[in-house]
Write a new protein. Structure first.
Lengths: 570, 508
């Protein structure tokens, strides 16, 4: 789960609740769904957050939520925005893959090192979440005083979002003192290398220019010229991305945070080829929420005034209305920083949180149903019970294995007719070379367990009723999945007959007919190997494991084994 | 005839002429008295001896009685002190007389209560008089004490004390009677005949054999005694794997609560694993970091076309006017890609859609305890493969209170009480809760699952028009909580230590 670092002193300062002790704050934060994970080196709270309330990724956002929680703030709040002065002009050279841009001007911000860190953290956390590691949306924040916009229209300063040649203009990126082209940044700069994949397929690279030249190379890095410091007073916030809604919401979250710190917001005009928009977009959305649905979801009766009160305590605004059938509904207004309200149910969740879910009395639903197990699950249980009765230790091995264990170490060639030699279903990006495919049979897993327990007392009789898989074009998924019954008998005198005796007993319990005609299988000794034929159908193999395989597994005792399809017992 | 050695010894030590006590026989045979008694009864049931029983009564002084035998009775001492104070002439003050008698504590009361009874004098208003004719030398109780002190633990009939006095002393707690059963053995005529004919000692037998049973020989043999306290050979019994036992227990609980079990593919299309759950295609959990995507095979052949259309519509546009979809791309090819299921919720989507077992009508409860795969770090608490307990309830108008009540009931079966519901976020449930419970042994508050009410955006395309609430947790986590296991790798996988599994306590 992602975490966010929040300075408790800042939190007390921004909420005006100086009297709150650390423990009390932690409890209040848990109530918001922010779980305390520990303290950072600087004494800040490390809080685990659920990735829905992205407006709480900054100390300002958490403070805002706490103020609602405490009842110090109520209802909807939309900060005022001064009219646009600056314009971002979108040139037609902008790469098709990243056509969208948004932005805002923030004036008279009072930053210090701590609040600057908080701003940078917000930017990073938004990149990691909504921004999908900058692929969907990337944020650039600049010191406005370092920008020079030429007045293109009506005397307004203008900057340009364009597409540039990879080896076109040079600029000095952050954390560097060299002038580099965008292509050079991707090769030479550490941040450039990190994000190079995002623009790898672009013909032209995204760039933002002012009169003095290139100052931002989204989504990779900003130029050093406009770097923000604690002394910066006026900022340009710009965002580029693959979806206008996403970057506009990210911008709203940043603007709300800075306004919460006392800054003045000023709009920016974005000029696309097909028309212009003014940002930030602080328009609100309304959801119609049925009173009846609120009551059935929460399981309690509520007075309409109570519902309106709960909405206001959640930072929403609710008004009574009627739907077409004349039933009571609420028109609920959602503030522009909320990105998680997709459906009326999300509003009901807010109301429940404000009410306090843990204050609800649990009830056992008065609904009668008949329980039961799946047939396969019952078959597995019955077979397992019989195997245990025959003295086998029941095993539970991983379904993932690698080719070496599954085939080579048991001397099996994949794709041959031998039992267990089916074609592997393989995993694309493996966690480790030990787990690259799903096992085609259980014997390799059982031999691995024997291999790791040679220091334990014998006899070791192990069995497993386990999942196996192989390629099978006749299946919709292309994977044939079934359960095998696998068993190994390892002791100083284990032999074919010991295995057969137990297999016979098992088949008798299930009233199926067993035959064991001789066969060849590379894992077993020739002349001591048989096919397991149940009710006339070949379903497995039984024999004494070949010394070559035993030695490969560092075993110094003979091993007899059998394995067959569980379904055969049905 | 053949008899066990002990019975032979008893027969040889006993006599036909007079009864021999068990103690005497024990001494003669060098056997413990209880063995002799056992043998005697065996012989009696064979008609070889007669066993007489008599109850012997013995009397003995208690500690207090012995003390008075030594120092004379308190009332006698009081009388002697009274005579000293010339109380035979005229009454004397009690205090000085008691002081002079040397009586202390409870003895004073004892002396006073017996003084008048036995005619030593009178006590009235703090004055004491002594009868000059009284004779302590004729005090029957005092004499009896003396006699008993000499006799020690004596049969009652051998003591020269009348019954009334004995009773009086017993009432005063100066004397104790003890009853004991004494057995004595006399040979019968038959025994004498058999002895003359000769009785052999039967051999002891180590093992009960088929021959012993069929021949009837078992009746006359003696079984050698074993050291029944010694350690026996270690036996490795087969055992159901401890995690399976836990799974069986959870299944029992869920079936008991009316849940039906689900089954379905491990390798499945992302469509069933994620898209049907209203998980946006660019959700971080769907990137390659968490997911085991399949290299071979790559895509599912067929998906239900109508369902694909409905799922895509809801992802893009949401449900009706008041709902928004995701501002994320949606691509059918991406949905058809195969992966090892990251959660068994894919079984729930397959069942809810009607794809797996046909349409399901409310009310219904379903569960599975099946494997899920997660490309996470492998350590003491995380495995790449784990068993997920997944359950859902489908009914009209379910509330979060129903959800809370169901889970409280479920966890209570495992001793986990005081469930806390922390509001949480899942893309496919709303409201959502992380479940916290009190650890059954440490008392800590620990996370025990994730739950919620499925979103309408998820249910509508699946064709479900009532409420469904669901929850999930890892079986391994529940097992670690209830068994105290600390490393999950001991429980599960080819790294398993046989010794650990053999020694693991069973779950029921």
């Amino acid at each position: 789960m992602p975490t966010v670092d929040i300075d408790p002193d800042e939190l007390r300062d921004l909420t005006g609740r100086e009297e709150k002790g650390d423990e009390e704050l932690k409890d209040d934060l848990f109530g918001l769904g922010l779980e305390f994970e520990g303290l950072t080196e600087d004494g800040a709270f490390e809080l685990e957050f659920a990735p829905d309330r992205l407006d709480r990724l900054s100390v300002e956002g958490v403070a805002r939520s706490l103020r609602y929680h405490y009842g110090d703030a109520r209802g909807l709040h939309v900060p005022s925005t001064n009219d646009a002065d600056w314009t971002i002009e979108v040139d037609e050279s902008v790469p098709d893959e990243r056509p969208y841009v948004t932005g805002a001007i923030v004036r008279d911000i009072d930053l210090d090192e701590d609040s600057l860190d908080s701003l940078i953290q917000l930017q990073e956390k938004l990149h990691a979440t909504m921004g999908r590691k900058r692929a969907k949306g990337a944020i650039g924040i600049h010191d406005l005083t370092m920008l020079k916009g030429s007045p293109a229209t009506e005397g307004n300063p203008t900057i340009e979002y364009v597409g540039v040649e990879p080896d076109g203009d040079r600029f000095v990126p952050l954390d560097s003192d060299q002038e580099l082209t965008p292509a050079e940044v991707l090769e030479e700069h550490p941040t450039g290398r990190t994000y190079a994949d995002l623009v790898a397929d672009y013909e032209r690279y995204p760039a933002i220019y002012d009169d003095l030249g290139l100052f931002s190379f989204p989504p990779v890095i900003n130029g050093r010229r406009t770097e923000v410091s604690a002394d910066s007073r006026d900022l340009l916030v710009e965002m580029t991305g693959t979806d206008q809604w996403t970057i506009d919401k990210m911008l709203n979250i940043v603007c709300y945070a800075l306004a919460g710190r006392g800054a003045t917001l000023e709009a920016v005009t974005v000029e696309y080829a097909d028309g212009e928009i003014v940002r930030p977009d602080f328009s609100t959305k309304t959801k119609t929420v049925a009173h009846d649905r609120i009551e059935t979801i929460l399981g309690i009766g509520l007075d309409p005034d109570e519902v309106i009160d709960l909405a206001e305590r959640s930072g929403l605004e609710a008004e009574r209305a009627e739907d077409d059938e004349g039933d009571l509904v609420y028109e609920v207004t959602i503030p522009p920083y909320r990105v998680d309200v997709l459906h009326p149910l999300d509003v009901i969740d807010d109301l429940g949180r404000a009410y306090g879910f843990n204050d609800l009395e649990p009830t056992y639903p008065d609904v009668g149903t008949v329980g039961g197990r799946h047939e396969r699950s019952r078959l597995e249980r019955a077979a397992r019970t019989q195997l245990v009765g025959l003295g086998f230790e029941d095993m539970l091995n991983f379904h993932m294995i690698n080719e070496a264990e599954n085939y080579e170490r048991v001397d099996l060639k994949q794709g041959t007719d031998a039992y267990g030699a089916g074609e592997p279903t393989t995993i694309k990006e493996v966690y480790s070379e030990d787990y690259t495919m799903l096992r085609t049979w259980t014997l390799p897993s059982l031999l691995m367990v024997l291999e790791r327990n040679t220091h334990r007392s014998y006899p070791q009789y192990l069995s497993e009723i386990g999942f196996t898989a192989r390629l099978d074009e006749s299946e919709n998924t292309g994977v044939g999945e079934n359960r095998h019954v696998g068993a190994v008998l390892a002791s100083h005198d284990a032999g074919y007959e010991d295995a057969k005796a137990r297999l016979q007993a098992l088949c008798r319990q299930f009233d199926v007919d067993l035959e064991t005609p001789p066969t060849d299988h590379p894992t077993f000794i020739d002349g001591r190997t048989a096919a397991v034929v149940v009710d006339g159908e070949e379903v497995g193999v039984i024999g004494e494991v070949h010394p070559k395989v035993l030695v490969e597994h560092d075993l110094e005792v003979p091993v007899a084994a059998f394995e067959f399809d569980l379904e055969a017992l049905q | 005839m053949q008899l066990p050695a002990q019975q032979v010894a008893v027969l040889e030590a006993a006599s036909a002429d007079e009864a021999t006590s068990v103690d005497a026989l024990a001494e003669a045979t060098d056997l413990p008295p209880e063995t002799v008694t056992g043998a005697a009864f065996e012989l009696e049931s064979d008609g070889l001896v007669a066993v007489e029983e008599r109850v012997d009564e013995t009397v003995a002084l208690t500690d207090e009685g012995a003390e008075y035998a030594d120092e004379s009775l308190p009332e006698v001492r009081l009388y002697e002190a009274a005579l000293e104070a010339d109380a035979d002439d005229d009454s004397a003050q009690m205090g000085p007389v008691i002081g002079a008698s040397g009586l202390e504590g409870p003895q004073v009361d004892i002396a006073l209560s017996n003084y008048a009874r036995k005619g030593y004098g009178a006590i009235d208003s703090g004055e004491i008089t002594a009868d000059p004719d009284a004779d302590p030398g004729a005090d029957a109780e005092a004499n009896a004490l003396e006699a008993l002190a000499d006799a020690g633990d004596a049969p009652v009939e051998s003591v020269d004390v009348d019954d009334d006095t004995l009773e009086q002393l017993e009432r005063r707690g100066l004397l104790e009677r003890t009853e004991s059963t004494v057995r004595a053995v006399t040979l019968t005529e038959r025994a004498v005949t058999e002895l003359m004919a000769g009785i052999e000692t039967a051999e002891t037998v180590g093992q009960v054999t088929p021959e012993l049973l069929t021949s009837g020989e078992w009746e006359s043999v003696e079984f050698a005694e074993y050291n029944v306290e010694a350690d026996a050979e270690a036996v490795e019994s087969g055992k159901v794997h401890i995690l399976r036992q836990m799974s069986e227990r959870v299944k029992d609980v869920l079936v008991g609560m009316g849940f039906q079990e689900m089954d379905g593919p491990h390798v499945d299309a992302d469509f069933w694993i994620n898209d049907c759950l209203f998980m946006p295609q660019d959700h971080p959990a769907r990137t390659h970091w968490d997911r085991f995507a399949m290299e071979q095979p790559t895509h599912i052949d067929e998906l239900p076309a109508d369902l694909v259309e409905d799922v895509e519509r809801v992802h893009r546009e949401g449900l009706g006017e008041d709902s928004e979809g995701y501002h994320s791309p949606w691509d059918e090819d991406f949905a058809r890609a195969l992966a090892l299921r990251g959660h068994t919720t894919s079984l729930s989507t397959r069942h809810l859609s009607g794809e797996q077992i046909g349409e399901i009508e409310p009310p219904a409860r379903f569960f599975s305890i099946e494997k899920a795969y997660r490309n996470d770090t492998l350590d003491a608490t995380h495995l790449l493969e784990f068993y997920q307990i997944e359950g859902w309830v489908m009914a009209e108008d379910l509330s979060v209170r129903d959800l809370m009540g169901t889970f409280e009931e479920f966890y209570a079966q495992f001793g986990i009480e005081n469930i806390q519901f922390k509001p949480h976020y899942n893309p496919y449930t709303e409201p959502s809760f992380e479940l916290f419970g009190t650890h059954p042994t440490t008392g800590e508050l620990i996370e025990i699952g994730n739950s919620g009410i499925f979103r309408e955006e998820m249910l509508e395309p699946l064709g479900v028009d009532c409420d469904v609430m669901a929850w999930g947790l890892a079986l391994e986590r529940l097992a670690m909580l209830t068994t105290g296991a600390e490393d999950i790798r001991d429980l599960h996988g080819t790294l398993a230590d046989l010794e650990f599994l053999r020694n693991a306590e069973v779950t029921y």
